[in-house]
Design a protein around this ligand. Structure first.
Ligand code: MG
Length: 270
């Protein structure tokens, strides 16, 4: 079994301090929280930014502040979100790419969120992908649906994306793919050879699909972005969640990868 890459998604766009008192929101809070998660076994930090009112923002100045708070504390791999909730268009959503983080998220298809569209039209996908290629940023392909995986494969054939792909299979977002384990098995059969993959399972199926990823030699994402709404995780923290995955991993013979080991596994330059 490979070493396990634990990605922590500490903040997201949706949770608030009201729903999750342990939620890190300011750059300093995120830096400190990510550091604790790194100590607990996380190798990648999936970062969303908030403005002074706590609302999602794509402002690169906020991303810059978060990155510098994290880098002052540890060498975890930083992955900036280019997701649909924080910005209106490719220029806004890709503004953080100018900071040249090692990784960035790239959704390769549209789907629905509970109250809005996860809007990723073809031109926007292409623009963000080419910007990542130009800046030597490794995309994490966000797959909310089968069509997004097939689009990523097509973009690889067109050399807009480069192999090997690192793919995040996202389940349990109402309006997108459910957390039925059969969905995971089906998608795994479609992955291009040599890809690395991680599971993000939002809400009730988080634990089950995380365990399946551990057994199947995949990688796991956790964090308040993904489970903040769950009753049992309401008072939890990101460190608790990362620790829980690291402990569960032991039962399946998986050892958390350091950031340096994770860089090798997914093909980043160290
Ligand atoms: Mg996100």
């Amino acid at each position: 079994m490979d070493k396990l890459i634990i990605t922590v998604a500490p903040t997201g766009n949706v949770p608030t301090k009201e729903t999750s008192p342990g939620l890190p929101v300011t750059p300093e809070e995120i830096g400190e929280d990510v550091y604790r998660c790194y100590r607990a076994g996380a190798a990648i930090a999936h970062i969303h930014a908030r403005d002074l009112l706590g609302q999602p923002t794509a402002d690169p100045a906020v991303f810059k502040a978060i990155i510098s708070e994290i880098k002052a504390r540890c060498n975890i791999i930083i992955q900036c979100s280019t997701g649909a909730r924080a910005g209106k268009n490719a220029a806004e959503r890709g503004a953080c790419l100018a900071l040249k983080p090692e990784m960035a998220s790239l959704a390769t298809g549209s789907s629905n969120f509970p109250g809005s569209v996860n809007y990723n039209p073809p031109a926007l996908i292409k623009t963000l992908a080419l910007k990542m290629r130009d800046f030597n940023i490794k995309p994490e392909i966000e797959v909310f649906d089968l069509s997004a995986l097939e689009t990523a494969i097509w973009l690889t054939e067109k050399q807009i994306l480069q192999k090997p792909l690192h793919i995040n299979l996202v389940f349990g977002v109402p309006g997108s793919m459910s957390g039925d384990p059969r969905n995971l098995f089906f998608l795994l059969e479609k992955l291009p050879p040599g890809s690395t993959w991680t599971v993000t399972s939002i809400g009730q199926t988080h634990r089950q699909l995380s365990a399946l990823a551990l057994v199947l030699n995949g990688h796991v994402r956790t964090g308040l972005e993904d489970v903040a709404g769950l009753e049992q995780d309401k008072s939890g923290t990101n460190v608790d969640l990362v620790t829980r995955i690291a402990e569960l991993a032991k039962m399946y013979g998986r050892v958390p990868a350091t950031p340096a080991e994770a860089r090798k596994i997914i093909g980043l330059l160290d």
